[in-house]
Design a protein around this ligand. Sequence first.
Ligand SMILES: C[S@@+](CC[C@H](N)C(=O)[O-])C[C@H]1O[C@@H](n2cnc3c(N)ncnc32)[C@H](O)[C@@H]1O
Length: 223
Amino acid sequence: MKITKSKFEGIYWIENGKKKIATINLVPGYAPFGEQLIKMNDVEYRVWNPHRSKWAAAIMKGIKEFPLKKGDKVLYLGAASGQSASYISDIVGKDGKVFCVEIAPRVMRDLIFVAEKKENMIPILADATNPKEYEFVEKVDFIFQDVAMPNQAEILKRNSKFLKKNGHAMIAVKSRSVDVSAKPSEIFAKIEKSLKEKFEIIDKKRLEPYEMDHIVFLVRQKG
Ligand SMILES: C[S@@+](CC[C@H](N)C(=O)[O-])C[C@H]1O[C@@H](n2cnc3c(N)ncnc32)[C@H](O)[C@@H]1O
């Protein structure tokens, strides 16, 4: 087995016949989602499954940048039980913070269990369409948004007030959450146009074969 650094901070390639990505486990021995843990030279890696995380899928599809760093503050909209957010937590490390906004109380319960172990994750039961509900969140370097709602671009624009100058955001869009009858490419083009009003588009990746009719946009707040 070969483990090498990827070009993105905190993300590693694991090669063992198949190529996988992984992060360094912030809480060694802890694998709340049944993920594979691999130990090498006293370092424990957590395999990041692109079938279960759109950000991992975007990396596997060759997204140009993943500008997240150790110590970064992150606002995560639509954290669910914290699966993808837990990898973001590994990357920003103990000096970073991941503010995890989730609207559904049922998954929030699971998210709280994860955050009890991963202390840089802060669970917030709130509605991402109404940022006033979590105004206490500090300015962040990065926003991840995966809320599976029709007005995704609008939600990101509203939340961009939390972004530091030149901060980045990654947004995952499922075409069927926007309009079941329209063509995915038309839906994605409309969202891109709307995002361009406030953000510079750095890259975009369709997520097939990991997720059908999904796209991820990587954007930077316009100065
Ligand atoms: C596709 S799941 C997110 C999966 C998660 N990003 C991951 O990879 O582990 C979408 C989540 O967004 C949440 N959600 C939907 N609308 C929301 C809103 N207005 N505010 C906050 N969360 C919302 C849903 O309850 C659901 O848990």
